[in-house]
Write a protein that binds this ligand. Structure first.
Ligand code: NAP
Length: 271
């Protein structure tokens, strides 16, 4: 059997998914190929009609298609419903099924490095697409409470009311004090990414045993992670989330569960 899969995005040139999946295809000796396809939102319905007929097993979906894809699917997981976005579609005999593996990717990235991690009381910066998946992951992982600060407060308020559960929205200017008593801190904004402004966050109130995760992975070692590490916090970089979110997709489409290992990290970092 020769399976095909792809990542759809607009633009798609930034995506590293083809590197990850083609590495695993080679490593596991699996017959198949994974490609990047630039798909404008207007051509998404046509693309999703054609790809299954061409023999594709499924696709990843990235910005800006993660939400617009939903009405084009035939079924979706509970996680997709909760997050309101999908990053993985599988073409089945019963139609297109939508899943969300960002939730899995966030959790397993931390669990691989800190197996005993529990979210506890969590602080999240950001209220974009990634933050939504991360908050659902924290809730699924048993967080007692989640505190969220976002530059645009209304966006955080709207997110909190659609996600439900114990989510406390804090003004952006009060983000530093929000860290008091937190067990987990996550930067889910694009601040700190190459080409963007740095994240201005005073860590004085963050307990020293808190776990700090930054989902920005370019640079890999963000200033937030450097400051957290310097004061004794355990840190988790964002590259692993990208790698782990690909695991369930590869398994579903190519039939083998792949490993996230040092060789894969080095390959992706070298690009
Ligand atoms: P998004 O939906 O565009 O959200 C961007 C977030 O960053 C919003 O909360 C936005 O606040 C905030 N932000 C942007 N500029 C800001 C500024 N100057 N000051 C304060 N806040 C600012 O993007 P996303 O999809 O959530 O992605 C966010 C980041 O996560 C990106 O860097 C992306 O590359 C990364 N990411 C990583 C992974 C991974 O696997 N590691 C997965 C997904 C995303 P406003 O609401 O106020 O605009």
């Amino acid at each position: 059997m020769y399976n095909l899969a792809a990542v759809l995005g607009f633009p798609v040139s930034h995506s590293l998914s083809h590197k990850i999946h083609n590495f695993w295809l080679r490593k596991t000796g699996t017959n198949g190929h994974y490609i990047s396809l630039e798909v404008a939102p207007s051509t998404l319905p046509y693309t999703l009609e054609v790809l299954p007929r061409l023999g594709f097993a499924g696709v990843n979906v990235t910005i800006p298609l993660k939400q617009s894809v939903l009405p084009l699917t035939d079924s979706m997981s509970d996680l997709v419903r909760r997050v309101g976005a999908s990053n993985m579609l599988t073409f089945t005999k019963a139609g297109i099924r939508a899943d969300n593996t960002d939730v899995y990717g966030f959790t397993w990235n931390i669990m691989q490095q800190i197996p005993k991690w529990r979210p506890g009381r969590a602080a999240v910066l950001g209220a974009g697409g990634a933050a939504r998946a991360i908050i659902v992951a924290l809730q699924e992982g048993g967080a007692h409470s989640v505190f969220v600060a976002n530059r645009t407060r209304e966006r955080a308020d709207a997110m909190a009311s659609t996600l439900g559960g114990d989510i406390n929205v804090v003004d952006w200017k009060d983000r530093h004090e929000m860290l008091q008593g937190c067990d987990t801190l996550v930067n889910a904004t694009s601040l700190g990414m190459h080409g963007n402004s740095p994240l201005n966050l005073v860590l004085d109130d963050l307990p020293e045993d808190a776990v700090v995760s930054d989902i920005v992975y370019s640079p890999l070692y963000t200033p937030l992670l450097a400051s957290a590490k310097a004061r004794g916090n355990r840190t988790v970089d964002g590259l692993g989330m990208l790698l782990h979110q690909a695991v369930p997709a590869f398994e579903a489409w190519f039939g083998t569960r792949p490993a996230v290992d040092r060789e894969l990290r080095e390959l992706v970092l070298s690009t």
